[in-house]
Design a protein around this ligand. Structure first.
Ligand code: XBP
Ligand code: MG
Length: 248
């Protein structure tokens, strides 16, 4: 059995459902502000999520929908800075809450002395306000995200970066993710991974995950197990985390 020394959390879709009413709305407000009639509906955005990274997602959208438009990387970077401002304003409104079980699991892990880290594709200015609003941000030893690594998820870079910072081997860590890109990234770094899917990721391939859940659950709000062994537990807790660590 591998000793659990750290839990690494993804952010968007895992800690909170930030995409549909957060990032997507922030992108649309940015485009409107720029006088552009680019409207990312929930359906279009669901397709665009196949590309990680806000700047990369804008470029992907342009290639698909406006291939003749000449927009420079600098212009895209400017759009993304504005989008981040809009996203931060949305977070400040407080309408985006943590997902079920997240606050409880993080607090219990911290109380047991388990090290905590963040590995996200989002730009750090997007992540800090979310963590500050809902969690004790100081409990995360490292908050790694955005352009800090050359290749974003599904590349393993961000998880390898966090493992190096923590000076831990993957065998001693467990990851919580929400998407196939995140799973490919974490498994690519040799990490055991639990998936809590959401509306955008529910039909993705999670065959490499240890456990696939609809959410982390609460004592009075059991999760639904889609794949894997929950060892008789009805919500994610440290007994279940340690049991999962015993799996090969
Ligand atoms: C999700 C992403 C990010 C966000 C948008 O990150 O792919 O790109 O959608 O944030 P994760 P930015 O699931 O790894 O947390 O616009 O800052 O990229
Ligand atoms: Mg995610």
């Amino acid at each position: 059995m591998s000793e659990l020394k750290a839990i690494i959390f993804d952010v968007d879709g895992t800690l909170a459902d930030t995409e549909k009413e957060g990032h997507r709305v922030a992108f649309n407000r940015t485009f409107t502000e720029a006088g552009l009639e680019w409207n990312w509906t929930t359906e279009i955005y669901g397709d665009l999520l196949s590309v990680s990274g806000g700047k990369e997602r804008i470029r992907h959208y342009l290639t698909l929908y406006h291939p003749h438009l000449k927009i420079t990387d600098q212009e895209i970077a400017q759009f993304h800075l504005k989008k981040t401002e809009h996203y931060q304003a949305i977070l400040a409104e407080g309408t985006i809450q943590l997902r079920i079980g997240v606050d409880r699991l993080i607090k219990s892990a911290k109380n047991q002395g388990i090290r905590l880290a963040i590995a996200t594709t989002s730009a750090i200015p997007n992540v800090i306000p979310l963590l500050n609003k809902h969690l004790d941000i100081d409990c995360f030893e490292i908050i790694a995200g955005g352009d800090i690594v050359p290749h974003k998820k599904p590349a393993p870079d961000i998880y390898q970066y966090v493992l190096k910072y923590l000076n831990l081997s993957p065998e001693n860590c467990l990851v919580f993710e929400d998407s196939c890109h995140g799973l490919t990234a974490s498994v690519g770094a040799g990490l055991k991974t639990v998936i809590t899917f959401n509306q955008y990721t529910q039909n993705q391939d999670f065959s490499e995950a240890l456990l696939v859940l609809n959410h982390l659950g609460e004592p009075d709000n059991p999760f639904t197990v889609i794949k894997g062994n929950n060892y008789g537990e009805t919500y994610m807790n440290l007994n279940l985390v340690h049991a999962l660590m015993s799996e090969n």
